[in-house]
Ligand binder design. Sequence first.
Ligand code: DC
Length: 222
Amino acid sequence: MGMIIAIDGPAGSGKSSTAKEVARQLNFTYVDTGAMYRTVTLATLQRNIDIENEEAITRLARKLDIRFRWIDTIHHTFLDNEDVSDAIRTSTVAAMVSPVSAIPGVRVVMAEQQRAMAENDNIVMEGRDIGTNVFPNADFKFYMDADIYVRAKRRINDYRKIGQSLTIDEIVKELEKRDKIDSSRSHSPLKKAEDAIVIDTSTLSFQEQVDQIVSIIRKKSD
Ligand code: DC
């Protein structure tokens, strides 16, 4: 088992961009578990599977081949060899991802795959339940959070990049809805691990977020 750095927190907390850069600086493998849940959601929508049919969605999750690949400096997600990086970021997927990821069977399957990824590798893994459920013994645990309007503003740019224009209020509503479902589900909800280091990114620059995490890791690993 390699070294594991768990970064959890809600959407827009800055964890994806930060986790990617931390992984780059440490030369660790980066794993975006939110992208995995989004990919299961996309596949569920594409196949028109009823959202209530937890068994069918769990079965589907088990047979999907989800992989990550860096192309130049961009992190891509592949589903059965098809690049789904943009497709999993649409507001349609965002609206369905919390109910899909609340299905216990889906979570069990994803956590198994996530643990397997750390078998021979040093990893930075980001998500909602990495420090609490997937790797309760992670070497480092961080919990990133920020004011909801700051988070929504960050997401506006993400949507622009894929050609969707949403208002701040629409995104605030989406985030509040997801936070509520993600933190109240019965199986591995979004929650700060007791031993996680909290980083509030409301007023931090990207560089400051990265530096804080990297310096904590370097100090303790020396
Ligand atoms: O980080 P993100 O916004 O791409 O995550 C999308 C959704 O996936 C999030 O709203 C809840 C779910 N998720 C989860 O349940 N557990 C994780 N470890 C990561 C994401």
